[in-house]
Design a protein around this ligand. Structure first.
Ligand SMILES: Nc1ncnc2c1ncn2[C@@H]1O[C@H](COP(=O)(O)OP(=O)(O)OP(=O)(O)O)[C@@H](O)[C@H]1O
Length: 231
């Protein structure tokens, strides 16, 4: 099957601290991948490398057949772990930026998602709660018809009822060939949407498997397996 992203022997050091150690992954179209691991295991570092935020690493990465750069940015829709807008801005200001910046941005889809999340884009960010900001940004990022969507801790600040709506929305809105890579600590809440999980431990991949085969092989949910692995 076609490989959408290939991560070959990637190692990342911060000074002497090893954040990623010889990471190898092949990512294919249509996968919904849970990138899981305890605090400090390297999830955000890997996500930042895939999204050109960090460039000083060893190893090689191709995305959609090309090295990381202008093309990879155009095919990846990225939700960072912290919002990147200013408090004085309104939702509509950022919406306009997305319309201008991304050819693949589907405005109607975004407006529908915002309605579903009960977010009024005319509000300024300083008037939104943490969860409202997260939902706003998620609606934007999910509205790009990008080949790869990378979500770093997308629903950490969102209440449990809204989480369910968001997960359903992700499943309903993602295109069949789109790949989603999502880091989270809320494994029990989210694992129903994953079809593949990657566990990182001390910067190394210690598990990379289909969710179905994990369940068949171990008789455990991903959440149970995670708690066992990282106890
Ligand atoms: N800017 C930095 N400078 C130095 N060390 C860093 C920096 N960013 C991350 N690290 C270190 O790299 C390792 C991996 O961090 P990373 O943020 O990728 O982990 P994570 O799995 O995303 O953690 P969390 O679940 O807490 O978000 C940690 O040991 C962390 O201390």
């Amino acid at each position: 099957m076609e490989v959408l992203a290939k991560i070959d022997n990637v190692t990342k050091l911060y000074g002497k601290k090893v954040a990623l150690s010889n990471v190898n992954l092949e990512i294919r179209p249509g996968e919904i991948i849970g990138l899981l691991g305890p605090n400090g295991s390297g999830k955000t570092t890997l996500i930042k490398i895939l999204n050109s935020v960090l460039a000083d690493y060893e190893g090689s990465i191709t995305i959609d057949g090309q090295p990381i750069g202008v093309h990879s940015k155009s095919v990846i829709s990225y939700l960072p772990d912290e919002p990147y807008f200013e408090n004085w801005q309104k939702g509509t200001d950022v919406l306009e930026i997305f319309i201008d910046m991304y050819e693949d941005f589907d405005y109607d889809r975004c407006i529908n998602l915002l309605k579903r999340f009960n977010i009024d884009p005319a509000m300024r960010f300083k008037s939104m709660s943490k969860g409202m900001k997260e939902k706003f940004l998620l609606a934007l990022v999910m509205s790009r018809r990008a080949k790869i969507v990378v979500l770093d801790e997308p629903i950490g600040g969102v209440d449990p009822a809204a989480r369910e709506i968001i997960l359903d929305t992700i499943l309903e809105n993602y295109d069949e060939n789109q790949t989603i890579i999502m880091s989270t600590h809320l494994i029990a809440d989210i694992e129903r949407i994953f079809n593949r999980v990657v566990f990182l431990k001390d910067g190394m991949v210690v598990l990379d498997d289909d969710v179905e085969s994990v369940r068949m092989r171990t008789g455990k949910s991903v959440d149970e397996l995670f708690r066992e692995e990282f106890r």
